[in-house]
Design a protein around this ligand. Structure first.
Ligand code: IPM
Ligand code: MN
Length: 352
């Protein structure tokens, strides 16, 4: 397996080192060769060279690797976030990674901000459409900078785009023995674009007899995620709503530091990254929580068909988190590196 690793900026560098450590431990224990190639792209590279990625960068990532792993991108020296958009959103769009797979899984009741909720109440997955919606950057500004300014940002919904993400959500439910899929849109206000989501969702629902299909407007979804998260197994929604509800989901599982994600095009080279950003003020301080990064690495292995390796990482993470062996923001006393060591050792010390 050949994996491109882009640690990126800020704490992305810190947490990626731990994800790499854990990947190596899992590879070693299971005798799975993982060829991790470190790539330098990020703020420093952009400032030195003036480019985010080389001209053939996306094709190289797509054709030369089985998967791509990214730490985090964003640096105060590049206020317009140009390089971050090119690398992160660019990879999503250029490689057509249409599924943003974001698990919301509480490992320990102690970490949930909701009263009297435990791991059985917070265990679902959000599928966020990842290649269209409000993220296509179609629009323009007229009379910019004046009091007559008009700013237009179009939302694109295509039959192909909506169909493939909704289908992916149903297929995931079917193949994982899940019985419920909830679609969230804003079709009561956005009566054009989101009518397409309605049509496609209810149409596909008829093809999945054993799965209960439900719908919530996205405002009601956020309310229900807080009120009764246990009702959800699979949520599917558009790009922007998915961005917002997965930050909410991250908090339900104990914070952004724990949240993992995969940007997928099933059957093609896909990209994995923790949900959190580069948090420049914590960079290099050995305080960032590497768990979201490590769980993203596990998601990557699972996607690559290495489910035993992935399960071993997930089990080791769960033991560490439940045992209080983690960083300060989840109540532990360990640093970034020590958390990574603890999880890697737990994997290597278990004989299989
Ligand atoms: C995410 C991030 C990105 C997004 C930003 C950095 C453009 O918030 O991955 O959730 O909005 O998709
Ligand atoms: Mn986000």
């Amino acid at each position: 397996m050949r994996i491109a690793v882009i640690p990126g900026d800020g704490i992305g560098v810190d947490v990626t080192a731990e994800a790499v450590k854990v990947l190596r431990a899992a590879g070693q224990v299971f005798g799975t060769p993982l060829d991790l190639e470190m790539l330098p792209y990020g703020a420093d590279y952009y400032l030195q060279t003036g480019i985010s990625l080389p001209p053939n960068g996306y094709a190289m990532l797509r054709d030369d690797f089985d998967a791509i792993y990214i730490g985090a991108l964003g640096d105060p020296r590049i206020p317009d976030m140009r390089h971050a958009r090119d690398i992160l959103l660019g990879t999503r769009f250029e490689l057509d990674l249409y599924v943003n797979h974001r698990p919301v899984k509480l490992l320990d009741a102690r970490l949930c901000p909701l009263k009297n909720r435990g791991p059985k109440d917070v265990n679902f997955v959000v599928f966020r459409e990842n290649t269209e919606g409000l993220y296509v950057n179609i629009g323009g500004r007229f009379k910019a900078g004046t009091e007559d300014e008009i700013a237009i940002q179009e939302e694109i919904n295509t039959f192909k785009g909506v169909h493939r993400i909704v289908k992916h959500a149903f297929e995931h439910a079917k193949t994982h023995g899940l019985t419920k899929v909830c679609m969230a849109d804003k079709s009561n206000a956005m009566t054009q674009g989101h009518a397409l989501w309605q049509r496609v969702f209810w149409d596909l629902a008829t093809q999945y007899a054993g799965i209960e299909a439900t719908h919530l407007y996205v405002d009601a979804l956020t309310m229900q995620m807080v009120k009764n998260p246990g009702q959800f197994q699979v949520i599917v929604t558009n790009n922007m709503f998915g961005d917002i509800v997965t930050d909410l989901g991250a908090q339900l599982q104990g914070g952004l530091g724990l949240a993992a994600s995969g940007n997928l095009h099933p059957g093609r080279t896909s990209m994995f990254e923790p949900v959190h950003g580069s948090a420049p003020k914590y960079a290099g301080k050995n305080v960032a929580n590497p768990v979201g990064a490590i769980l993203s690495a596990a998601l990557m292995l699972e996607y690559l068909g290495l489910s035993n390796e992935a399960a071993a990482i997930e089990a080791a993470v769960k033991d560490a988190v439940v045992g209080g062996q983690g960083t300060a923001e989840i109540g532990g006393t360990l640093g970034t590196r020590e958390t990574g060591d603890y999880i890697a050792n737990a994997i290597t010390s278990k004989r299989r």
